[in-house]
Design a protein around this ligand. Structure first.
Ligand code: ADP
Ligand code: ADP
Length: 229
């Protein structure tokens, strides 16, 4: 049962060949870490899975829905993915609570009381219910990223996509975000994570995929990369 399926995917930016025949499957409940040098196509891969970028050849399916090269299936795939970015992408002029509820209420048509109840439960789950009335600029980076994770979970996604979720955090804030990601993994969430974070690869990932120059050059369980001390 594959939640994310890429088959021989190619992506070009103009003449630049950013993804080269990338084939990857992520099973339900599986956690895949993507690593590799800067510019190797990691972010492009994840953005293609979310339909933020279009691939030109091959097939991408999310939860069984094809995101074909012509762009059909885009809205359906977006509803099934939760995306977390390096720089949080919260709305600065909305409170934490409103950041979670605005989309479901105004785009999704959910009754405000129901959206608020779900939002409070998710903020509690990521440990920041007490910050609900603050604005993003008033809380730490680690807290902002946990808000972003809770916002993505509001969509009840089939898969969570993370693009370097801890890269812009102070070292002491990294652990609090990793702890939330670890809890999600324990709850059975399917996750595709671009990361340099060894802690995530060792503790959470089932599979580590190495990219180089647009290709997957290696894919193996973390214990094959990190020998136990
Ligand atoms: P990574 O996430 O591994 O650092 P990216 O997927 O961001 O790599 O980028 C892969 C390559 O594609 C890089 O050479 C980058 O410069 C290029 N690239 C990324 N986005 C664009 C874009 N919008 N237009 C042109 N080139 C891009
Ligand atoms: P879409 O048009 O992609 O369905 P919405 O208008 O429903 O997006 O977005 C509602 C809220 O969810 C906004 O705050 C938006 O920034 C955020 N959002 C949109 N796409 C995602 C995603 N894939 N993961 C997490 N949050 C998202």
């Amino acid at each position: 049962d594959l939640v994310v399926e890429l088959e021989a995917v190619d992506k070009w930016y103009g003449d630049y060949h950013a993804l080269r025949r990338v084939t990857l499957g992520v099973a339900r409940g599986e956690r895949v870490a993507i690593c590799g040098p800067s510019g190797s196509g990691k972010s492009t891969l994840i953005r293609c899975v979310n339909g933020l970028e279009r691939h030109q050849r091959g097939t991408i399916r999310v939860d069984g829905i094809a995101l074909d090269a012509a762009g059909a299936g885009l809205a359906a795939v977006r509803r099934r993915t939760g995306m977390v970015f390096q720089n949080f992408n919260l709305f600065p002029h909305l409170t934490v609570l409103d950041n979670l509820t605005l989309g479901p209420i105004y785009a999704g048509g959910e009754p405000a009381a129901a959206a608020e109840a779900r939002a409070l439960a998710l903020l509690d789950r990521v440990g920041i219910a007490d910050q609900k009335d603050k604005f993003p600029g008033q809380i730490s980076g680690g807290q902002q990223q946990r808000v972003a994770i809770a916002r993505a979970l509001m969509r009840e996604p089939a898969v969570m996509l993370f693009d370097e979720p801890t890269s812009s955090l102070d070292p002491e804030r990294v652990q609090e975000v990793l702890a939330v990601m670890e809890e999600l993994a324990q709850a059975g969430m399917t996750m595709l994570v671009v990361t340099h974070e060894m802690g995530f690869m060792r503790r959470v990932a089932d599979l580590v995929v190495f990219m180089d120059q647009g290709e997957i050059v290696e894919a193996a369980p973390p214990e094959l990369f990190f020998t136990a001390p």
